[in-house]
Write a protein that binds this ligand. Structure first.
Ligand SMILES: [Zn+2]
Length: 176
C-alpha cells in the first residue's frame, strides 16, 4: 500500500518531533483506506508515557529501564489511544498507523519497534538530528512479523499536486 500524507500534516509531525527532542514523540495517524492507499487526513499527537518512568514501567515493563528512557522509547497511554480510536470511529475515520521520532538516530525501526508492532499499520518514523527533523519514512511489518518493510510515502502539496517518493529512498522527505 502507499501512504498519502499532506505536507501540512508532515509539518505537524516534524514540529511535534522537534518540540519533544531529545525525547521521542508519538502520535496516531487517522484517515481513510482504499485497496491501494492509506490516506492520512489527521495526525493526533499523544504524550510519551516514558516521561513518567514509574507509570510506563507498570504498564509495559522495559528490560533495562536505566538505559531505556523517553529518549529511545515511547509508550502511548492505552486510555488516550482508546479515546483517539473512539473519536475516529465516531467520525468514520480509521486508525492507519502511528508515528514516532528517533532522536539522533536514523528513521529506521529498532528491534524494540518490531517486537511491539502489529501487521498492516503504517509506522512513520522521523529522524531528529540535533533538534531538527531530518527524514521521515514509513514502515510496515511483514505478515510473519519477522521484519519491517519500507512503505511508499506520497506527499500531497495540494489538489492535483503530488510528489511521489519511492519506498526505501534515502533522500525522501528530508528537510534542508
Ligand atoms: Zn522507534
Amino acid at each position: 500500500m502507499t501512504v498519502k500524507l499532506h505536507t501540512g500534516n508532515l509539518e505537524a509531525i516534524h514540529r511535534h518531533a522537534e518540540a519533544e527532542y531529545p525525547a521521542e514523540c508519538c502520535g496516531i495517524l487517522l484517515g481513510e483506506t482504499s485497496s491501494e492507499t492509506k490516506r492520512v487526513t489527521e495526525v493526533v499527537p499523544l504524550a510519551n508515557l516514558r516521561h513518567d518512568p514509574d507509570r510506563g514501567q507498570a504498564l509495559l515493563p522495559l528490560d533495562d529501564p536505566g538505559r531505556e528512557t523517553e529518549r529511545n522509547r515511547f509508550l502511548i497511554d492505552p486510555r488516550e489511544q482508546l479515546r483517539a480510536e473512539k473519536d475516529a470511529r465516531a467520525r468514520r475515520l480509521t486508525v492507519l498507523g502511528y508515528y514516532h521520532s528517533h532522536p539522533d538516530h536514523p528513521a529506521r525501526p529498532s528491534e524494540y519497534d518490531r517486537e511491539h508492532a502489529w501487521p498492516w499499520y503504517s509506522y512513520l518514523i522521523v529522524s531528529v538530528e540535533a533538534g531538527r527533523a531530518r527524514n521521515t519514512r514509513s514502515w510496515v511489518l511483514a505478515d510473519d512479523r519477522s521484519s519491517f518493510e519500507p512503505e511508499a510515502l506520497e506527499l500531497e502539496e495540494g489538489p492535483g499536486a503530488a510528489e511521489t517518493v519511492a519506498a526505501g529512498q534515502a533522500k525522501n522527505l528530508s528537510r534542508t
